[in-house]
Write a protein that binds this ligand. Structure first.
Ligand code: AMP
Length: 524
């Protein structure tokens, strides 16, 4: 692991490393921090490691985001301990510049030190008392994104306003990066992990746990059907008031994307609060979402994912989000429009404007119905011509990015079963149930051969089939686009010797236990 403190060293290191990787274009994950790393930061780093080839952690206590009366001087700085934690966590590079190095202060003249996100986002919640804070954050994050040009940058849901503002800045300034959020990591008491918790005494830590308890009370009310903002806020306030030492600064319910206040929750709301405890200012929040569960099934080729996913969806009355059908629909549109399948920019253009609809078939076994731009293509996308072109189209980055975006839009409502290679790690890392289906190469080769025989197609020898699958596994795990990855919280099911029905039953039982909270005896 390298530790760079200058921009020159960072640039040099990145350039040399990228040259070494050619012709592969490696994916880089950036985790921006102010140091004093704790398990919240480490969780972000772990997610970044799962999704990228190279992970950079920046450590910079950003003077622009501290007000004159805030704790800039006393903010914990412990670079040696951070370095050891990063090393253990498998970070590839730490970037820890000084303010001068980052060009925030120059000897002779002032620098460009403000990116101004929309005032409607910076003047609410924490922005009311922390004047200039979010401009400071936006400026420094923009600088880091420009310097490092990562594929993805990771931010904690704990700082929900920061996350919403960064997403907005990245969209408004067309910065080519994917912003990935990560749920808040908490102590067992519920207290959100924070570098500022170091300021708290043991007693204060205990008192501070009321923040999350009060949010949980609102969540319970929400789960019981309460949707009114005023009443959810009142529930939170009531619980917060049980600890006298806590002085609430604000409790607000807003839209998590725009940060506009909500009167009531339709689909989703961000319930956020800030409070003082002695001289320490603490924040916390939860997302209240009217969402059905998501089941993500990943695994290598030939593990039976699509058949199982379809049957699980049917049994649980969820929608099988057939991503293959989406790629087929786009392929149909490309061929129909007369665009060459090599013309990536033209394909990117039509894909970014297309509208795909999926619906359940009329009969239980019928394929998913598919419409693209209002035209039904359920049958048309199963033609041989589409089959022979779909991989080439699906391998194009803009196609994949657009379709993942569409899949995630579906995910906002939930109620879906979806299968692939990186659904649990990338497309829906917050899925309620993640399954990783595997089978030995021998078993998968045997199944493939049986399938081909059933369809009356020319078959390969078992050895040849095994070799093909091993090669495919290697490629799928190492490809640039959507590589095969198992989420750490996925449940692995080894399917050797199990029938499709047995695998499906196992997943349904897990769903009943984990998602619906029923015991396995009830499920059976
Ligand atoms: P900071 O060092 O406080 O600026 O935080 C760096 C990143 O870590 C930000 O994106 C934070 O939102 C994130 N982070 C901090 N605390 C937590 C936590 N308890 N859980 C998840 N992410 C966190």
């Amino acid at each position: 692991m390298y530790l760079c403190t200058t921009v020159a060293a960072l640039r040099c290191y990145l350039r040399l490393w990228q040259i070494e990787q050619r012709p592969i274009e490696p994916e880089v994950g950036l985790v921006p921090t102010m140091g004093a790393l704790h398990s919240g930061h480490l969780a972000l780093i772990e997610r970044a490691r799962q999704q990228n080839d190279f992970v950079i952690v920046s450590i910079f206590v950003n003077p622009l985001q501290f007000g004159p009366t805030e704790d800039f001087q006393k903010y914990p700085r412990q670079i040696e301990q951070d370095r050891q934690l990063c090393q253990k966590a498998g970070v590839d590079l730490i970037f820890a510049p000084t303010a001068i190095e980052l060009g925030l202060v120059t000897a002779t003249e002032s620098a460009t030190t403000a990116v101004f996100p929309p005032q409607s986002m910076t003047s609410v919640l924490c922005g009311r008392s922390r004047i200039g804070h979010f401009q400071g954050v936006a400026t420094i994050v923009t600088k880091l994104l420009n310097l490092i040009q990562p594929t993805r940058a990771y931010f904690g849901q704990k700082d929900a306003q920061q996350l919403a503002i960064i997403r907005r800045v990245v969209a408004d300034l067309n910065i080519p990066v994917e912003i990935v959020s990560f749920p808040t990591v908490r102590e067992s008491s519920g207290l959100a992990k924070s570098s500022r918790n170091q300021y708290l005494t043991a007693e204060e830590k205990e008192q501070a746990s009321v923040l999350y308890r009060s949010l949980r009370q609102a969540e319970l009310a929400f789960q019981g059907g309460e949707r009114s903002s005023a009443r959810l806020i009142a529930v939170t306030k009531l619980e917060l008031a049980t600890v006298q030492a806590i002085e609430p600064e604000y409790i607000e319910l807003v839209d998590p994307t725009t940060l506009m206040p909500l009167q009531q929750i339709e689909e989703v709301g961000l319930l956020a609060l800030a409070a003082r405890l002695g001289t320490t200012r603490l924040i916390d929040n939860i997302i209240l979402r009217n969402r059905q569960p998501i089941v993500a099934i990943d695994g290598p080729a030939g593990a039976g994912k699509s058949t199982v996913a379809r049957q699980v969806a049917q049994a649980l009355k969820l929608l099988y989000l057939d991503t293959g059908a989406m790629y087929r629909a786009v392929t149909w549109l490309v061929l129909e429009s007369g665009i060459s399948i090599e013309d990536e920019p033209a394909i990117a253009e039509i894909v970014s404007k297309c509208d795909i609809e999926l619906g359940m078939g009329d009969e239980p076994q019928a394929p998913i119905r598919v419409w693209i731009n209002g035209q039904e293509v359920t049958q048309a996308i199963r033609s041989l011509e589409i089959t022979s072109h779909v991989s080439a189209i699906a391998a194009q980055t803009p196609v994949r990015q657009e379709l993942v975006k569409q899949q995630q839009r579906w995910g906002e409502k939930g109620g879906i079963v979806i299968e692939g290679r990186d659904i649990g790690t990338h497309v829906f890392p917050d899925a309620e149930l993640k399954i990783f289906l595997t089978a030995s190469v021998q078993e998968r080769a045997r199944r493939r051969q049986q399938d081909l025989k059933n369809r009356g197609e020319a078959d390969l020898s078992l050895e040849q089939m095994q070799q093909n699958l091993s090669e495919r596994d290697w490629k799928d795990s190492n490809r640039n686009i959507a590589p095969l990855r198992k989420a750490p919280d996925a449940i692995e099911i080894q399917t050797d010797g199990l029938s499709i029905a047995e695998v499906t039953d196992r997943i349904i039982t897990l769903y009943r236990e984990k998602v619906e909270g029923q015991s396995s005896t009830l499920a059976n």
